[in-house]
Design a binder for this molecule. Structure first.
Ligand code: GAP
Length: 443
């Protein structure tokens, strides 16, 4: 059971439910252990985060190609990668309350019988730790025996490694170059929790950069910088980010060097993304297990070798949680509380709300026309119900960066007000110039 979340998390979780960002999966049946569904605003936000990552990592570069590999892979992939033998966490049970904990996270969780204390503080009667493999197993085909076991992938990376030559040949890339992928991954976490921070089904945004082994330190440092800048471009406050190096006893089985980019969540500093020097561990393992030559012929160096890999591995759901936490603000405006989600306009789920000031005098008709025009370029929302102040507040909570209001002056001079979410300032803008002005502000 996860540590009880603090006040801010409670308010955020309730806003997510109320406004349709994220809600528990199968809620009418009581939910299912740390599985979540994304609602209308959540799905737009998630899509925008993925697009931002994809654009940064592939479209704006010439040296990274994309793929979309299958979730189910040959079981030998997971033997070669070391996941069958080594993708385990130590697990303990409490003999009294029957709760199950990760043995290495006992100070981070609460005892269900005494939620104010951790199992250690509560002197729980714990079993000896035993290793638990985090991969979900299922069976392929109608016969459920050992020969038909397959796994839901616990990382998207392996789909990239096994396709190294399939991508290399048609793309005609040369080392150094990368392969990027966004996709679902599954881990049977012993203690998921903190809302969508650690779940059993999640999406990863991973990039594997193939390099000459002699250049691993250079590219490792390069990718640390790139990925740091990415979070700043995403609009995350820099003071909430830090690097955290993995010590020798913390390194994953495949890594020579690893660093996390961490974010300061309300429940502490936690990993947001991992950057790893995976050496030639994976390609070598697949070469040995499959018998296929995974080496690369470098025509400039006149050398055949197994490339090293620098990996950047981010969780999409975890990025979304970071964006939500980082954007959440409570402010006092004219004696009233306003909740505002200050998303970077680039990733905001709705870009523009179009509002007639009142529901008469031809204003709704003009507003509809503007809405129908703007929605060709932006995700827009039309709202004519209730006082305009209330409508602005609803859009602030949704994180909509621009509000276009049609008022009495519109008919006279074909202008509207353009309201900015964070400053609440309003400019008068010609209807004909609206689209370009908003486009400029979204750059
Ligand atoms: N391919 C390397 C790899 O998977 P990882 O550090 O285990 O490395 C990378 O995971 C990222 O995936 C994490 O930084 C996190 O953002 C995300 N992630 C991992 N497990 C997760 C979980 N159970 N729930 C949500 N996101 C998770």
């Amino acid at each position: 059971m996860a540590k009880t979340s603090n006040d801010l998390m409670d308010r955020l979780v309730s806003l997510c439910k109320r406004r349709g960002f994220v809600f528990p999966s199968s809620e009418i049946y009581g939910g299912l252990g740390s599985c979540y569904d994304y609602g209308p605003l959540g799905v737009e936000l998630k899509r925008n985060i993925k697009d931002f990552w994809w654009t940064t990592m592939t479209r704006k570069r010439d040296d990274i190609e994309g793929i979309d590999a299958a979730i189910l892979m040959h079981p030998k992939v997971w033997e070669a990668s070391g996941h069958v033998a080594g993708f385990t966490d130590p697990m303990v049970d409490c003999r009294t309350c029957k709760a199950r904990f990760r043995a290495d996270q006992l100070d981070e969780v609460r005892c269900p019988n005494k939620p104010s204390k951790s199992p250690i503080e509560n002197n729980c009667d714990l079993t000896e730790p035993r290793m638990f493999n985090l991969m979900f197993r299922t069976f392929m085909g109608p016969v459920e025996d050992d020969s038909s076991v397959v796994y839901l992938r616990p990382e998207t990376a392996q789909g990239i490694y096994v396709n190294f030559h399939n991508v290399l040949q048609p793309s005609r890339q040369k080392i150094p170059f990368g392969i990027a992928q966004i996709g679902k991954a599954f881990r049977n976490e012993i203690t998921p929790g903190n809302f969508i921070f650690r779940t059993r089904e999640f999406e990863q945004m991973e990039m594997q950069f193939f390099i000459h082994p002699s250049e691993d330190d250079k590219w490792y440092e390069y990718w640390k910088e790139q990925r740091w800048q990415y979070y700043l471009d995403l609009g995350i406050r820099e003071e909430k980010l830090r690097f955290e190096d993995h010590g020798p006893d913390e390194l994953a089985h495949y890594a020579k060097k690893a660093v996390d980019i961490e974010y300061e969540f309300p429940f502490g500093w936690k990993e947001l993304e991992g950057i790893h020097n995976r050496t030639d561990y994976d390609l070598k393992a697949h070469m040995e297990t499959s018998g296929k030559d995974m080496r690369y012929f470098d025509d400039q160096r006149k050398e055949k070798y197994l490339p090293y890999i620098i990996e950047t591995s981010a969780g999409c759901d975890r990025t979304l949680l970071t964006v939500l936490v980082d954007a959440y603000r409570e402010e006092e405006v004219k004696g009233e509380k306003r909740v505002v989600m200050s998303f970077s306009p680039r990733i905001a789920p709705i870009k523009v709300a179009v509002l007639p000031l009142v529901k008469k005098d031809g204003m709704p008709e003009i507003a509809r026309e503007i809405y129908n025009d703007l929605k060709k370029n932006f995700k827009c929302f039309y709202d004519e119900s209730g006082a305009v102040g209330r409508r602005y507040r609803r859009q602030d909570e949704a994180g909509t960066p621009f509000g276009v209001t049609v008022d009495g002056q519109t008919k006279e001079d074909e202008t509207v007000t353009l309201r900015h979410r964070d400053s609440m300032e309003q400019d008068r803008v010609k209807i004909a110039e609206l689209k370009n002005k908003i486009l400029r502000e979204l750059q």
